[in-house]
Write a protein that binds this ligand. Sequence first.
Ligand code: PEP
Ligand code: MN
Length: 337
Amino acid sequence: MIIITQPAVTDAQIDHIVERVEEFGLKAEILRGSERVVIGVIGPEDVIREKPIAAIPGVESVFAVLKPYRLVARNGAAPPPVLIGNVPVGTAQNVVLISGPCSVESKDRLFSIARSVQKAGARVLRGGAFKPRTSPYSFQGLGEDGLRLLADARAETGLPIITEIMDTRDLALLEKYADCLQIGSRNMQNFSLLKEVGRSKLPVLLKRGFSATINDVLMSAEYILSEGNPNVLLCERGIRTFETMTRNTLDLNAVPILKAKTRLPVVVDPTHGIGLREFIPSMALAAVAAGADALMIEVHDDPERARSDGEQALVPEAFHDLVQRVRAVATAIGRDV
Ligand code: PEP
Ligand code: MN
């Protein structure tokens, strides 16, 4: 850590800063410039970070040398892909399509959507059984019945399944059925939930909170890894901005940044990112061009009757067309679908 002192710092204050740093069990190295004094603090960063060094009189600013997210950080070697069931996500070669309805609604509907997205090229089936709805009066999901239907759809199609966990008390139940746990946007900083899934053997798809910075996402992922679960996928799904024309603003800036800074696969959800059916394909193609390892896209065969997010669901034919175009973009950047 580097301490920059205030311009008018006195020698007594510098002595005091050094004393404090040493009291914390750390070492101080003083560098006197013509205008400022810079103090290097040497010791374990985790210990240093905990200390209120910025509160010592005469300190102007304090800079960390290392990133606070140690486990999620990229460390040179090509990071291993994360397996959802038997599907690797995060290989240099493949862009994986994750698709299905917003919510599991009924057996027939789920099976028909699962078959059509599989036929179009999807390799993982999504569907919510526990839905985080803004209103307590909206459809909350089918709960365990929904999980059973997802497992039946997996048995029928062979597609591994991903579904949202909202409550720490549901982990054992979800582990019985799911291949991958989804942490939704609204729970991205639910730290008890993050720690709980950090102790699971299942991979976790962590969706970015709609008011979360990229750094916040990384720190949330760090919670999961710090409990022992290395299998985390990061998902950009749009953030809230001043823009009102779209449901959210899909932050594609996050894709190359997350890829560069972390060892974790990056998934993009253009469905919630823009929230308007007709514009989802453009954002899906842009996400692949930006380097996404997977796309998560909601599909419904009767959006008018969908119990959640009908306005942003692609019909199976539109999803099929989109996959052809995604394939073309993937090929152009040396990848495949
Ligand atoms: C979802 O994937 O259906 C969902 C609720 O997503 P988010 O948490 O990104 O809103
Ligand atoms: Mn949805």
